[in-house]
Design a protein around this ligand. Sequence first.
Ligand code: ZN
Length: 74
Amino acid sequence: MKCSIQGCVGQYEPRQIVHTLQRGAEIFVFEHVPAEVCSVCGDTLLSPQTINHLEDLLRTKSKPCRTAAVYEYS
Ligand SMILES: [Zn+2]
């Protein structure tokens, strides 16, 4: 599928990505999330089903497989 970013000639390719969601002060990291990623600009598309699944994981308070350190840039 052609990239939806105006002027980009790339194509979306199926990949597994790391996706983050922020809920208030909390940040949740998901690994191996199926997504379509543009080969040129890196634009990322998640299907509605994928987003629903991520929301389900948060809603059911699934136990994380591991935790990540979060750093302030400055
Ligand atoms: Zn693109």
